[in-house]
Design a protein around this ligand. Structure first.
Ligand SMILES: [Mg+2]
Length: 259
């Protein structure tokens, strides 16, 4: 593999070591990591090579594959079309599907915050073209990928100011072209921790491309492998260029892990 090292050591060596762990969790972000970023989120699909490598890993012995996404669970299931064997964590860890049906239940107070949050965000988005609100089970995301940078900045500023004033307990997350608000404060780090425990994993591979994936990298230990996909500051030990490079790493791991 000719991929770039972020901080230290060789990725090839780290993957070879990881392949020998007794029980492996392979936790993967979806958008920008397995799937190239697209303007219309519902059209995102994993690269064929990435999907094939993911499926190969589900067949490897003592190996659990999980997708950890900021997407709402329904949206993640729609674009990723994961087989049953793949565990899913949606909405940054708020929603989880292990072997049972997915779900999240909100308290009355959370539901009250959720409806006020919706009013604030709808008011912030309304004056602008191409800014839209994604409904999630425990919050909303303000999407501005197709808007002008000025409109995006203004809508995000208004949303941030009103939410932080009126609903100070709400969790805010900034991604590329998206500002999210949630009545639950879980992160991808919580998702990695929970899935590691549920899988009884002795080592974890986690790959992601966005700022919110840094919470996932932050909970990895010495035996784990963190892979940042694309540019930007990261706490991950390794970096690769794009989803095609992620697919190559996963395919190599599947090959080693099969034996
Ligand atoms: Mg991503």
């Amino acid at each position: 593999m000719a991929d770039v090292q972020a901080n230290s050591g060789s990725l090839e060596g780290a993957i070879a070591a990881l392949a020998t762990t007794p029980r492996l969790l392979v936790a993967l972000d979806f958008d920008g990591t397995l799937a190239p970023l697209v303007d219309r989120p519902e059209e995102a699909r994993a690269l064929p090579a990435a999907r094939e490598a993911m499926l190969a890993l589900t067949r490897a012995p003592d190996t659990r594959v999980a997708l950890i996404s900021g997407r709402a669970m329904q949206s993640l299931m729609h674009v990723a079309e994961p087989p049953e064997a793949v565990w899913l964590s949606g909405s940054h860890g708020v929603e989880v599907r292990l072997d049972a049906a997915p779900g999240v239940s909100l308290s009355e107070a959370e539901q009250g915050d959720l409806s006020r949050l919706r009013e604030i965000l709808e008011a912030a988005a309304a004056p602008f073209d191409d800014i839209w609100i994604e409904v999630k089970p425990a919050g909303f995301a303000l999407h501005s990928r197709s808007a002008t940078p000025q409109d995006a900045e203004e809508a995000e500023r208004q949303a941030h100011e009103r939410v932080s004033t009126e609903l100070p307990a709400i969790t805010e997350r900034r991604g590329s072209n998206v500002l999210e608000f949630s009545v639950r404060s879980t992160t991808k780090g919580d998702a990695v921790r929970m899935l590691r425990e549920a899988a009884g994993a002795t080592a974890v591979l986690f790959a992601g491309d966005d700022v919110t994936d840094e919470d996932g990298f932050a909970v990895l230990g010495d035996a784990d492998v963190g892979i940042k996909c694309g540019p930007g500051a990261t706490a991950a030990k390794f970096r690769v260029e794009d989803p095609a490079a992620v697919a190559r790493v996963l395919s190599r791991l599947a090959e080693l892990r099969a034996h």
